[in-house]
Design a protein around this ligand. Structure first.
Ligand code: NAD
Ligand code: ZN
Length: 341
């Protein structure tokens, strides 16, 4: 079968021919119907050899996966051959306290996420380790739904965790209106009565943010903090969601958050907001989000079924997958790049 693999640290991913896997006991073989390209894959491919801590290469990419059940291993029950499913990605052990709560991304044994710590779904077929990691898709289109598993789930957890701060009349800022951020804007519009402000680099991205519901958009530059203060009687944003996570965006978040506000960091990079008596307004809280729980994935699928959120998708074949990653790398994707094998 064809698979898109990260094979040499420091190089771009390659399309290769590998053996089609067979499911062992308790495993499920999916025929992949769609796989999303996430900026976290760019992070993985940007880590140096000394600091690389993911599945040793070759690594089949793809942690956002939808598929149809092709075959099941011994002992798998309650899964139908031919069933259309989404894959819950942050696989944990299933038995520790966090896993018992459905927060498998916080598993005490560490995550075994496909496409990151085991082979993923950017391929014609993929093995899922356990039936509990499948969420029925029903009639939803796998191509427009696949990214609910990360570009939907992660901002959903981020927004949900901040809802107590987002009372009617408050202001929320989304920094980075890309794959995750454009869903965050829609989630904020669907779940709150807050004013939603988006920051991104260029006109194209800011127009996109407006298309998906942002009330105000500004270029992501230091002056944006004053623009947000101008909108909020000088008080600042009640919640800032940073989907970039570099130091300039962390500094922006710190400069625009209001007293008793909240900063949620989602972007995987080295930026940091320092919580302290002299660094941010008083009573500010912060949180770094890790993906989402199994229950939250089911909740976000329900939001999509009800039309509350819609992922903007650019389609690519597996043969075009390297091109999709090149465009993601260059910041040229509008919404999410989805590979359809
Ligand atoms: P993306 O490339 O689709 O979107 C990034 C957006 O940020 C783009 O619109 C880009 O123009 C914009 N941007 C870049 N630099 C900016 C800046 N300085 N100021 C404002 N905007 C800027 O990426 P994505 O797939 O949406 O992922 C976003 C981030 O979230 C990545 O860092 C990714 O690794 C991370 N992520 C984290 C988790 C988690 O669990 N914490 C899960 C998935 C992704
Ligand atoms: Zn991701």
């Amino acid at each position: 079968m064809k698979a898109l693999q990260y094979r040499t640290i420091g190089s771009r991913p390659e399309l290769v021919e590998i053996e089609k896997p067979t499911p062992a006991a308790s495993e499920i073989l999916l025929r992949v119907t769609a796989a999303g390209a996430c900026h976290s894959d760019e992070f993985i491919m940007g880590v140096s050899e000394e600091e690389y801590f993911f599945k040793p290469v070759p690594l089949t990419l793809g942690h956002e996966v939808a598929g149809v059940v092709e075959a099941i291993g011994a002992g798998v029950t309650d899964v139908e051959i031919g069933e259309s499913v989404l894959v819950y990605g942050p696989w944990g052990c299933g038995r520790c306290y966090h896993c018992a709560k459905g927060d498998e991304m916080n598993c005490e044994k560490g995550m075994r996420a496909p496409g990151i710590f085991s082979d993923g779904g950017m391929a014609e077929y993929m093995i899922v380790d356990d039936a509990r990691h499948l969420v029925p898709l029903g009639d939803l289109d796998p191509v427009t739904s696949v990214s609910l598993t990360d570009a939907g789930l992660t901002p959903y957890r981020a927004v949900k965790s901040a809802l107590d701060k987002l009372t009617p009349g408050t202001t929320a800022v989304v920094i980075g209106a890309g794959g995750l951020g454009h869903v965050a804007i829609q989630l904020l519009k669907a779940l709150t009565q807050s004013t939603v402000v988006a920051l991104d680099l260029g006109d194209r991205q800011l127009e996109f943010a407006t298309e998906v519901g942002a009330d105000h958009v500004y270029r992501s530059e230091p002056g944006a903090a004053d623009s947000v203060k101008g909108l909020t009687r000088g008080l600042g944003a009640d919640v800032v969601f940073d989907f970039v996570g570099i130091q300039p965006t962390a500094d922006l978040a710190a400069a625009m958050v209001a007293t008793a506000g909240h900063v949620v960091v989602v972007g995987v990079a080295s930026g940091a907001v320092q919580i302290g008596q002299r660094t941010v307004p008083l009573d500010v809280t912060g949180r770094a989000i890790n993906w989402g729980s199994r229950a939250e994935l089911i909740e976000v699928v329900e939001l999509a079924k009800r039309g509350a959120i819609e992922i903007h998708v650019e389609r690519y074949s597996l043969d075009e997958a390297t091109e999709a990653y090149d465009k993601l790398h260059a910041g040229e994707i509008k919404g999410r790049a989805v590979v359809v094998p």
